[in-house]
Design a protein around this ligand. Structure first.
Ligand SMILES: N[C@@H](CCC[C@H](N)C(=O)O)C(=O)O
Length: 328
């Protein structure tokens, strides 16, 4: 039977996206491992599966490249939003995710005519039990130096609702990724603090309302961007007065997004705004052991090229911000 996968990305965070055919059962964890394999030049960071929902306009499931299922994916949700909104012919909808029904909408292009979507990121919790994270002295960790992790990084642990450890770092930790990789790897194997692993992001300001975020993702490794991590990093940056609340530009190795952090007395509302770009549409056959045999490909070249311009602009803005020296 012929099935279709779209290769998509949000900020260079790449996925295969498939709309499930009712009553057709495939082994999605195995398919994610096979199709997303990083040693395969056509690999991806994850697999997004869209299906029918009884609570919302559609349901999204996300599998990391290692086959593990995650509770949420911000960049992926924008791509799912584009697919669902286009199919329904509407500009606003709701998508069921593992832990919440989230609102999604099409908004003004973030750059030139790039298709742009705004998605809700929720629920948020700073309780260590929500990640889960275990620590003998803490019930939450907000902007704390954790000497057992590092002596010069302030860490925050937050779930949105997937687990994130965010470090506000001096710039040398952005330029040389070795320490981040070592720390994140240690938290994503058998370890005393993160029984389910964690996404680890390092953050450095670019200017008074922008930050740069690099993420080592649980189940994947370094990615160009992680939507939930960027939103969590924007929240942390506003909480500690690194940038004001409101709209924060978040640069990443794959481009940039905007995060809206709205706070009133005891509630925060988080939104992630950015591209949803479709590289290609593949049709083919999926074998029982998760191999996808491609029969035909349609490349969406205009989208690919327009996104390259956004990437160049993002790199320039980051270089300009950092070469002003103020944020080094
Ligand atoms: N890239 C995603 C997050 C995907 C899941 C993550 N690796 C996890 O295991 O929690 C995003 O854009 O949020």
């Amino acid at each position: 039977m012929t099935i279709i996968f779209h290769k998509v990305h949000g900020s260079g965070n790449t996925f295969y996206l498939h709309e499930e055919i009712p009553n057709m059962f495939y082994n999605w964890p195995l398919t994610a491992q096979k199709m997303c394999n990083p040693s395969n030049e056509n690999g991806a960071d994850g697999l997004l599966i869209i299906s029918q929902s009884t609570k919302a306009d559609a349901k999204m499931r996300v599998y990391n490249a290692d086959g593990s299922e995650a509770s949420m994916c911000g960049n992926g949700l924008r791509c799912v939003a584009r697919f669902v909104l286009t199919k329904l012919g509407v500009t606003v909808a709701t998508i069921e995710t593992m832990k919440a029904v989230l609102s999604v909408q099409q908004v003004e292009p973030i750059f030139k005519s790039i298709d742009t979507y705004k998605v809700e990121i929720s629920p948020v919790s700073f309780k260590l039990t929500s990640l889960p994270m275990k620590h003998k002295n803490h019930k939450q960790i907000v902007n704390e130096v954790m000497p057992e992790f590092s002596l010069d990084i302030h860490f925050t642990a937050v779930s949105v609702p997937n687990p994130h450890l965010i470090g506000i770092v001096p710039i040398h930790y952005i330029e040389d990724t070795q320490f981040q990789e070592q720390l994140a790897t240690s938290f994503n194997i058998d370890n005393e603090h993160f029984p389910d692993g964690v996404n680890v992001s390092f953050v450095h300001p670019v200017d008074e309302s922008s930050i740069f975020v690099r993420t080592f993702e649980r189940g994947v490794g370094f990615t160009n961007a992680c939507g939930t991590a960027m939103t969590a990093s924007a929240l942390v940056s506003a909480t500690i007065n690194l940038v004001p609340y409101g709209e924060i530009t978040v640069y990443n190795p794959g481009g940039f997004v905007k995060c809206e952090i709205e706070k009133n007395e005891n509630h925060v509302h988080l939104s992630l705004i950015g591209n949803a770009t479709f590289f290609a549409t593949y049709s083919g056959e999926l074998t029982e052991d998760g191999e996808f045999i491609i029969n035909s490909v349609i490349l969406h070249e205009h989208e690919i090229n327009e996104y390259k311009e956004l990437e160049l602009q993002a790199q320039k803005n980051v270089n300009d911000g950092w070469s002003s020296n103020e944020y080094l």
